[in-house]
Design a binder for this molecule. Sequence first.
Ligand SMILES: [Zn+2]
Length: 227
Amino acid sequence: MKKLILVVIVLLLVTNLKSKEMKFGAFYSDGIFTKKWVALTFDDGPNPQALDKILEILNKEKIKATFFVLGSNIIRYPESAKKYLEYGHKVGNHTYSHLNYFQLKKKKTPEEIKKILIEELDRTEEILKETINIKPVFFRMPNGFISPVVKEVAKEKKYVIINWTFGCDWQKNTKDQLVKKYLKNIRPGAILLMHEKKLTAEALPEIIAGIKKDGYEIVPLEEILGI
Ligand SMILES: [Zn+2]
């Protein structure tokens, strides 16, 4: 009898873990840390200067990533935007024009910020619908800004907010420094933030090789979040 109860409890736990519902408005900056795995995310694209190389590397390594795109860049490079889906990656909303909400917060009321943010998300949503016919589930704020308003908007607009565990490719680095810094910050459940930049694309093969050498798996964002 005791054994049976134990089996039932374990089964319940397992099904519960597997069927974790997508909670809109939820905020994550790390994934599940009980496994040696990490997820890759790339921001601010599409940028044709770096995207093709990044896609080629990920494809070779059979890695699926999430790209947080700007509506303003999709308008500029619609053909590049189509490649995300062709290569089997996920696309997230990174707003239309990458406003600095840390600055806006000093000048605007939360209601005004809410209005601006909704416009920025909607505009990108419309462009994504027209260009690649998707409505993203993931959303990342410019500069990782977070506030009760952001969570409210995410919930209303049916988004899950994603920040990151580590990222540094917007700072001044050489390729070797980038590789070193990313590999130093690998840990179970890490969500890595990178950008569609030339130098990042150059460092990517070594970063991936290092992650794998340390015994980590590179998995899609939804997998590391368990949703
Ligand atoms: Zn950004």
